[in-house]
Every structure is written in structure tokens, then in C-alpha cells.
Design a protein around this ligand. Structure first.
Ligand SMILES: *[C@@H]1O[C@H](CO)[C@@H](O)[C@H](O)[C@H]1NC(C)=O
Ligand SMILES: *[C@@H]1O[C@H](CO)[C@@H](O)[C@H](O)[C@H]1NC(C)=O
Ligand SMILES: *[C@@H]1O[C@H](CO)[C@@H](O)[C@H](O)[C@H]1NC(C)=O
Length: 311
């Protein structure tokens, strides 16, 4: 979610391993060891509050498809940490100059490639999503890579007409002082919900009509009552401001563009014909099911048993 430099592979590996371990320990919170200074269990709490849940749901899905992955990931963590500490070095490929890598060292070659692939895949999810602290320049640059434009950015952001947000995902606009682009009354209301840093509370994305799918989100923005920087900047930036205004005064213009942009988004890198498949069970690729040598019910029982232990 954050930029690649701030979400390192080594940290990701730690998040994955910590999730597995913390879940095991959750019945007894005092089982967690003391932390040395410089480390924390909630490093991404404000920069990417969903980090743990994204990794967790990705792993649940990946392990459901391949139960061996659970053991493989645990093994990677052992191999990384027992050799010169947990630095993610075991993830490094051999350099082009021929410098060897931990991955290729004899005891390490038995580490399963699927584990490395899973780590890279979940890492890519974080690269793929700009955080809600992003400005329009960052958002447009990101969308351009996947064929979406300013109309798409503004209309898809309109999905914030629904839903709630955690204090930690917009608190940098309230502390240490109010973001000057934010309406003073609105900032005061938010501080009732989020009185201090890292308050565990939520608020509606759209202060006017939180449960209605309408164009009031754009009216919020015109009144400087957008929750995230990525919302409010749509009304600050000259490239997107006219679109915000258009949607604020013309709900059907928003609806039409939203439909168009949702369809466009649904076509990003979509697999067609023989390249893709229509899954019989949404959670499992058809081929994986067909290749199982065990009857599905047995596999499922094993997976469920494993999940209740590790996840
Ligand atoms: C893995 O590779 C590193 C670096 O080459 C090496 O020091 C280590 O002994 C290898 N084995 C394990 C179990 O990590
Ligand atoms: C937008 O955000 C990026 C990344 O944080 C920053 O480098 C850039 O200066 C910002 N642009 C504007 C116009 O604020
Ligand atoms: C959470 O938000 C509600 C509604 O704004 C507020 O009444 C409550 O005091 C907040 N809770 C905390 C822990 O700040």
C-alpha cells in the first residue's frame, strides 16, 4: 500500500509470520515476548491500517488452495531468522554478477518456490494501492499505468459515498494540527470521534448521507469536508476540481461516469477465453480441484483443520 521503500519484504515476512504466531497466542496475550526498542507490533497502524488484514486474508486464501504453503512459509521464517537475523535476506535472488544468494545455498534450496511466490504476490498488493494520504498527482500517475484517467479517479472515489473509515487512516490530517484544507467545524467533529492519535474508532466517509449511494460525497468535498487527503485533493487539484463540481451539481452525470468507470476497472488485466476460467467454486481454481488426488471433502477437512491451528 505504501511505497516500496516503506513496506520492505523483510517486514512483510515478519507481518506474515507474526500473524500466524499472534493468532496462536491470541488466547493468552501475555505470551507475546517483550519487544526490543525500534520494533512494534503495529508499525503500519497509521500508514496502512489494513496491512495485517490484507496479508491475513491473502494467506488464508492462498493456504486454502495449497495447504503446503503454511509449512513452507513457517520454514522460510526459520531459515531467514536463524542466519544473521531476520533481515529478509533469504528472499534475495542471486545477483546477475553471480554473487550467491541464501536462496541457492544447499540447505536453502529445499525452501519451496511457492512460499517465495506468495510473499512476492502479497508484497505486490501493497505496491499496487496508493494510500489514502496520496495526492492527485500520485493517484493519476498510478491510474495511468492501468489505463484509467481523471474522470475514472473522481467517479470511482465517489464510492466513498458509503462506508466508514478508521481514525488511524486520516489522523495525520488532525494531528499535530488540523490540515488547513479541512473545514474547521468538520475537523472539530472528527476530533470528537478521534480525540487523540491512534484512537480505535471509526467515522462515516460521507458526513451528509453516510448510507445513501448519491452525489453528496462531492458536496462534502466542495465544503472541504472530505475525509482523506486523497478525497479532498480532488477538489484542490485543477485537473480534477471541475469534475468534482460537475458531479456535485449533477447526480446523473456522476452515476453515468461511475458505471462507465466500474466497467473499465473490471476489465483491467482480465483473463479471457482459454487463458481464464469460470470457477465452479469461487475460492478454488478449477484445475487445482481436478488435480486433487484426494476427494474434495477430505482435502477440505484437512484444510479446515490446518486453518484452525495456524490461521
Ligand atoms: C542459507 O544461505 C546462507 C547464505 O548463503 C547460509 O549462510 C546459510 O547457512 C544457508 N542455510 C540456511 C539454513 O539458512
Ligand atoms: C504529491 O505527493 C508526492 C508523494 O508524496 C509528492 O512528492 C508531491 O510533491 C506531491 N505533489 C503535490 C502537488 O503536492
Ligand atoms: C468514538 O466516537 C464517538 C462518536 O463520535 C464518540 O462519542 C466516542 O467518545 C469515541 N470514542 C473514543 C474512544 O474516543
Amino acid at each position: 500500500m505504501a511505497s516500496s521503500s516503506s513496506f520492505s519484504a523483510a517486514r512483510l515476512l515478519l507481518v506474515a509470520a507474526a500473524l500466524v504466531l499472534l493468532q496462536l497466542a491470541s488466547s493468552d496475550s501475555e505470551a507475546a515476548p517483550p519487544l526490543p526498542s525500534g520494533l512494534s507490533f503495529d508499525f503500519y497502524k497509521s500508514s496502512c491500517p489494513q496491512a495485517e488484514s490484507i496479508v491475513s486474508s491473502f494467506l488464508q486464501d492462498a493456504i486454502r488452495r495449497d495447504i503446503g504453503l503454511a509449512a513452507a512459509l513457517l520454514r522460510v521464517h526459520f531459515h531467514d531468522c536463524f542466519v544473521q537475523g531476520c533481515d529478509g535476506s533469504v528472499l534475495l535472488d542471486k545477483t546477475r554478477a553471480g554473487q550467491s544468494s541464501e536462496k541457492d545455498a544447499p540447505p536453502n534450496v529445499t525452501l519451496r518456490p511457492t512460499a517465495f511466490n506468495a510473499i512476492n504476490a502479497v508484497r505486490a498488493i501493497f505496491d499496487a494501492l496508493p494510500p489514502p494520504t496520496s495526492n492527485v498527482t500520485t493517484l493519476l500517475r498510478f491510474l495511468a499505468k492501468i489505463g484509467l484517467d481523471a474522470d475514472d479517479l473522481v467517479s470511482l472515489s465517489g464510492a466513498h459515498t458509503l462506508g466508514i473509515a478508521h481514525c488511524t487512516s486520516f489522523q495525520e490530517r488532525l494531528f499535530p494540527e488540523d490540515d488547513p484544507t479541512m473545514n474547521k467545524w468538520f475537523a472539530g467533529q472528527l476530533k470528537l470521534t478521534c480525540p487523540r492519535l491512534n484512537t480505535d474508532n471509526t467515522t462515516a466517509n460521507d458526513i451528509r448521507t453516510p448510507d445513501a449511494f448519491d452525489n453528496k460525497y462531492y458536496v462534502d468535498l466542495m465544503n472541504r469536508q472530505g475525509l482523506f487527503t486523497s478525497d479532498q485533493d480532488l477538489h484542490t487539484d485543477a485537473r480534477t476540481k471541475p469534475i468534482v463540481t460537475r458531479f456535485a451539481v449533477d447526480q446523473s452525470a456522476f452515476f453515468q461516469q461511475f458505471v462507465k468507470s466500474m466497467v473499465k476497472m473490471g476489465q483491467i488485466q482480465v483473463l479471457t477465453g482459454a487463458k481464464g476460467q469460470i470457477r465452479r467454486d469461487c475460492a478454488v481454481p478449477n484445475a487445482a480441484r481436478a488435480d486433487d488426488d484426494l476427494p474434495w471433502s477430505v482435502v477440505q477437512t484437512v484444510v479446515e483443520a490446518a486453518e484452525s491451528t495456524v490461521l
